[in-house]
Design a binder for this molecule. Structure first.
Ligand code: SF4
Ligand code: SF4
Length: 363
């Protein structure tokens, strides 16, 4: 998304809570909320629940666009008529970090590029996305995936912390409308704001200095060439096939469905729910064909899809470097380390970490 000076405003931090109240008057508001030691995107009833000081939520805001469980339609077994009661509501999602905005843009490409999904389209049309700048922790590698900043993603407003104020970039007509609606809270940009804005970008880049980030230059080709590398098996040995990595991922979208009949069997609901390519029987199909019977095959498939499949499909990586899959993996498998091992970096040290095999599991 190109930045134009006339498409930005300044929001003094002192006005942030009035801004959030204003948003909530416009439509239901979803924002990050602290729960115990973790942070989750939740619907806001009380503005004081909102937290802006966080690195990553456990689940991405994707859950408000594509619920983890949803009824696609209902049909009658008597006359085979179908009905769907789904209707998207207006919603504003506030406080989304740059990587997650890129994650949503990837979902937009998946769901809307060819054969648009009418339900997703309805939800997206009625959703306003407001991003906010952030600083990385040890799991983040968004600088490698090109998603550390919101440029190139789909969003409506983006707030960059410039000290006493937020530099508010306007990314769409929906964003413009909100600024007009709440105009008394904003002021025009001055030269000093621009300097602070440039400095904040530099500060985020510098936060990655001295970090061992994966080099993703020609990574698609590397993964294809290293298809038979022992690294896959060595890393996969620790994997529990639990599916956590895909369930927390902002770009994973695989689902399955079951038909759930009512008590009399007259009406049946087609229920879709999220599944995972890491589950042992995910790739078992009719006739007993089993495409990914081993943990190694499933483990490699996730990387292959993110860095070879997605670029082929949508000309972007399917990974936005949010670090969730590594931060939440119960076996402490690190995507960054696996990618670095494939390049042959720090081989000895990283192999030793991977060799901490827990047990020999049948799958
Ligand atoms: S979260 Fe970790 S242990 Fe679970 S399936 Fe993914 S890589 Fe394997
Ligand atoms: S693969 Fe891992 S780091 Fe990449 S977007 Fe998904 S959860 Fe985030």
């Amino acid at each position: 998304m190109e930045f134009h000076i006339e498409r930005a405003k300044v929001l003094p931090k002192a006005n942030l809570w009035d801004f959030l109240e204003g948003l909530r008057r416009v439509s239901p508001l979803i924002a990050p909320v602290r729960r115990g030691g973790r942070v989750a995107f939740s619907e806001i009833n009380d503005i004081s629940d909102v937290t802006i000081d966080y690195t990553r939520t456990v689940l991405p805001p994707k859950k408000f666009l594509v619920p983890y469980r949803r009824v696609r339609f209902t049909y009658s077994t008597e006359d085979l008529s179908f009905s769907s009661t789904f209707k998207a509501r207006q919603q504003i999602i506030f406080g989304i970090h740059s990587c997650d905005l890129h994650g949503i843009s990837i979902l937009d490409s998946i769901y809307l590029k060819e054969n648009p999904d009418p339900r997703y389209l309805d939800v997206r049309k009625k959703t306003v996305l407001i991003g906010i700048s952030c600083m990385p922790d040890d799991f983040c590698f968004c600088l490698s995936t090109g998603t550390a900043f919101p440029d190139g993603a789909n969003w409506d407003l983006f707030l960059t912390d410039i000290g006493a104020d937020y530099f508010v970039s306007i990314g769409s007509p929906k964003g413009d409308e909100l600024i007009i609606e709440l105009k008394e809270l904003f002021r025009d940009i001055e030269r000093e704001d621009l300097e602070l804005y440039k400095r904040s970008t530099k500060k985020k880049k510098e936060a990655f200095r001295n970090r061992k980030l994966p080099d993703l230059e020609r990574i698609s080709q590397l993964i294809e060439l290293e298809y038979e590398s022992p690294v896959w098996e060595e890393e996969a040995r620790r994997c529990l096939s639990c599916g956590t990595c895909t369930n927390v991922c902002p770009t994973c979208f695989c689902y399955t469905s079951v038909d759930v009949p009512d008590f009399e069997g007259k009406t049946v609901k087609r229920v879709e729910f999220t599944t995972s390519c890491q589950y042992p029987y995910y790739s078992l199909v009719a006739g007993g064909h089993y495409f990914k019977p081993t943990r190694t095959a499933r483990f490699r498939h996730r990387y292959y899809h993110k860095f070879v499949g997605y670029p082929y499909q949508i000309e972007k990586f399917g990974c936005v470097g949010c670090g969730r899959c590594s931060a939440e993996c119960p076996a402490e498998i690190s995507m960054v380390e696996t990618l670095r091992r494939l390049r042959g970096e720090d081989e000895e040290e990283l192999r030793e970490a991977a060799e901490q095999t827990f047990t020999d599991r049948p799958f």
